[in-house]
Ligand binder design. Structure first.
Ligand SMILES: [Fe+2]
Ligand SMILES: [Fe+2]
Length: 259
């Protein structure tokens, strides 16, 4: 089974990359499942039905999320209704959304969850405890894909060791900066600290760089606007051994594109 995962798809720039290139990537890489982190899909702040539906239509099978998932009040109902949007499992149960989703195509099945980190992040419950509770109550033995949405590479690395031997894949997200530490851990789990950002890299993590420079150099708040140039795919390809629920290889994708 081959999985293509896109790190945080940011705003119109990120969406336009998927619209222009996803079909040919699916054909070229012969992927079975496509997953994307969509917490920044709508102008960097959360997602909407209007922005997500075309992304599903373009070939994304399910989306993970993070701290920005609930940024738009008008989307809360859609988030509750659409099971292919996976919310972080370690947020309160009352937060709208589905925390587990099973993808199926022909004979292949893949279970997906998402966790957020606690270091330099908005408050959430322990991702370790949430994973333990999930694992103890699990009623499937399907390959498990986990998006760990967190700022700290040490916390993500620790969660990687924690889940190795259980999950088949752990991809990090949230920093929008891809890390060059992809590997298969000893227990067979594919790991990367951060898959990066699919969007406009002539920016500071997706936002117009002149605005961020002004803000950080003066400490005066400014309204954020999404950047539009320097388009890049940041993603990973993972091959799984479905009989053993382990990963065979993980490959980073990071390249410039035009739309
Ligand atoms: Fe993000
Ligand atoms: Fe985030």
């Amino acid at each position: 089974m081959r999985i293509l995962f896109f790190g945080d798809v940011f705003g119109k720039a990120g969406r336009s990359i998927l619209f222009a290139h996803l079909r040919s990537m699916i054909n070229e890489y012969k992927t079975d499942f496509v997953i994307a982190n969509a917490e920044n899909l709508a102008d960097g702040k959360g997602l909407t039905e209007r922005t997500l539906k075309p992304v599903f239509a373009a070939g994304v099978d399910a989306v993970t999320s993070g701290n920005h998932l609930w940024d738009r009040e008008e989307s809360l109902d859609y988030i509750s209704r659409e099971p292919r949007i996976i919310k972080p499992m370690n947020y309160p149960a009352a937060a709208p959304g589905n925390s587990r989703y099973i993808l199926q195509k022909e004979d292949s099945k893949l279970e997906i969850i998402c966790l957020t980190g606690q270091i330099f992040m908005p408050p959430c419950n322990s991702p370790f405890e949430a994973f333990d509770g999930f694992w103890a109550a699990r009623d499937t033995s399907l390959p498990l894909f986990v998006d760990v949405h967190a700022e700290s590479t040490s916390e993500k690395r620790a969660l990687g060791w924690y889940m190795d031997g259980k999950a088949a894949v752990m991809v990090g997200t949230h920093t929008h900066i891809q890390t060059a530490d992809e590997e298969i851990l000893p227990g067979g789990m594919a790991y990367i600290s951060d898959a990066g950002m699919t969007g406009a890299h002539d920016s500071v993590i997706g936002v117009r760089k002149d605005i961020i420079l002004e803000k950080l150099s003066t400490s005066v708040p400014h309204r954020f606007e999404s950047a539009h140039s320097g388009l890049m795919v940041n993603a990973v390809l993972v091959d799984l051994d479905e009989d053993r629920n382990t990963a065979l290889q993980i490959q980073r994708l990071r390249y410039s594109v035009e739309v």
